[in-house]
Structure formats: structure tokens, C-alpha cells
Ligand binder design. Sequence first.
Ligand SMILES: Cc1ncc(COP(=O)(O)O)c(C=O)c1O
Length: 385
Amino acid sequence: MTNYKELQQKYEFDVFPKRDLCIVKGKGARLWDDEGNEYIDFASGISVANIGHSNEKVVEALINQAETLITCPGTFYNDKKALLLEKLVGLAPENLTKAYLSNSGTEAIESAIKFARFTTKKTDFISAMKGFHGRTLGALSATYKKEYREDFEPLVPGFSFVPYNNFEKLKEAVTEKTAGIILEPVQGEGGINIADKEYMQNVQKLCNENNIMFIVDEIQTAFCRTGKMFASEHFDLAPDMITVAKSIAGGIPMGAVLCSDTVAVPTGGKHGTTFGGNPLVCAASIAAIDFMVENDLCGQSVDKGNYFVGKLKQYELSKVREIRNLGLMVGIELKEKVQTLLVELMQNKIIALPAGTTVLRLLPPLVISYEDLDIVAGKLVELLK
Ligand SMILES: Cc1ncc(COP(=O)(O)O)c(C=O)c1O
């Protein structure tokens, strides 16, 4: 049998720290390795597989669209793109009336940065400590972690950081040059830190009063992950832009910036993409979003999140400092480093994620069964007591 791990190690220009597992198949909330071992997925490819792996509706849409039209430049109109845009905008907070389609999360953030500079004719951005917005140079400039940034400096000038959920500090950081404020409604990479409603509403008011674009980064939180189609709904927000990606197309690469009428459109080739919003990914995204709506995945996320966290909270877990969740976006902050627990879970055929050094991040597919939630809750209780 081919040793895929060795083969990949030989040829990959590998930027990722690897886990010792070769995943070859997925269905729903289950994954399989190359030796046929079965795992419960509590990562969803980092909130990508919200509708489950190899979702049948997405597979069917991809096959049909692949036989019809795969590529179409943005300089032409396209049926699937038109239908997806209508759907996306229809589900978004009411003030968001247009969408720009990209290929990834970081590219959505890059676009939002450009749109904010273009609209306000100002240069600077403020984002939050522990925030993560991507790894291309603009998005990286808004990303807090020093280790991600320092080898690639100088980054884009004009970016600064303030403590999350601290409105006074944010207000102090605003200058006449501030073009945009970029915030996650729940910090994913930063440790599942949930924003306060009052804070988010104050930020929005500050932006409205000072010609600053409020950019809500929902790349990890959108599409029912937190129990709403967009986490912004928890805070009654009407931001200038929402960036999305990850689960938007059932696992096929795609990103988007949802824009309000306050955002000016840079036409004439000032912005663009070859692959962004191609017919294949638009067809996948239509199927994925329809599946979310038809199966009330937002409701499922709330119910399953409450059920799962409720189970954990029944026990005295000596290794746990705090459990935080919004829907099925769950963080378990430990009193120790998370690495050992991740290995133990994997030995027990459960795949989970870290968020920083001490937080266990749990993002199962929203279609996960209650039986699987029970298995994982039981194992966590055993390991964390
Ligand atoms: C909140 C947030 N913003 C941006 C990104 C970057 O997205 P991508 O990896 O698709 O470039 C991520 C990815 O983890 C994210 O979680």
C-alpha cells in the first residue's frame, strides 16, 4: 500500500504543523483514515463542513454544474452567480444589499480592506488583540499574533490593535485616519471569546458617526455555526461589511464580502479575481445554503450546543477553567496546555482543535447526531475530571 504520509512529506512545501493522520474519506460528521479507522469529527475542517462532509445535495449540484459550465469570467453575467447573490443577500442583515465573491477568507478580508480605503479615502485600521483575519499581507496586518507577523514585516502600514470587548480603548485608538474597524463577533483562533452585545453596538455607532467602515469578520462564525445564519444577528448589527468563507459552499473554496450601500464599488479593474464566484462554486454554495435553511441548521446548532455543553456542565471538571459557547461553537478553557488532550482525543478517535495554547475548540458539523455528541461528551468528562 502506498505510504501517503511519506509521499506527501517528500514533496510538500509544508507550512503546517502536521497531525499524524492521513484522512481519506468523510461523510456527515465522520472521517476515515487510510487504514480504515473511523473518527468523530469535532473540527469540521475548522468550521468548513457545517452541513457535513460530502453532503449529498452539494455533490449533486457539483456534478450537474460540472457537466454544464465550470468557469465564467467576472466580466460576464452568469445564472448560478445571480441566484447565489440573491440568496446570500436575502439571508444577510437587511442593510447588506450587495456581495462580492472571492476564493477564500483571507481574500475576503483583503477585499474589505481595499473597499474601506476606497470608500473613506482614509488609510488606517483597528482590530483586536487575539484576533485572526488571515495570512495574506493585508489580512495578516490585521491579525494579532506576533509569531505569524514578525518574519514578514514590513506589513501594510496603519494597522493597530486594541483589547477585545473594551470600548474605551477602542475609542481612544480612533484617529482622523481610521478607515475601518475589523472584529470577529466570536474570536475563533483567539480562544472562543464572545463579544458583548453592548460593545458591538457601541462600535457600530462609533463607526457610523465617524465615517469608519465597520467590518465584521464572520469567516468562522457565519452559516449557523453560532445558532444564527450570521453571528451579527445575536448583536442586532447592521455593519458596513460582513466577510464570510469557510462553510459557505459546503467545503468548496469560496469567500464573500457582504456590503451595505455605504460601501463604494471600485470598478474598472481596480479589484477583481479570476476564480472568485465561478459557476461551479456558486452551484455548490446554493445547495449548501438551501440545505442549511431547509434543515434548520441554525436551530440545530442552538439545540445541540445547549445539549452538549449542558452535559459537560453537569460534572465537576477539575482541569477546566471555563466552558464558553454560542451554538455549536464551543471553547473549553483548560487550566493546563491543550496539546495532551488533543492527542488523547485522537487516540479515542475524536478529532478536535486548539484555539491558542489552553483552549480546546469544538466545531462539529451541525448535522452531527445526538449519539455522537454523547460519545464525545462522555469521553471529555472522563479526560477532564
Ligand atoms: C475569523 C477568520 N478570518 C479569516 C480567516 C482566514 O480565512 P482563510 O483561511 O480562508 O484564508 C480565518 C481562518 O481561519 C478566520 O477564522
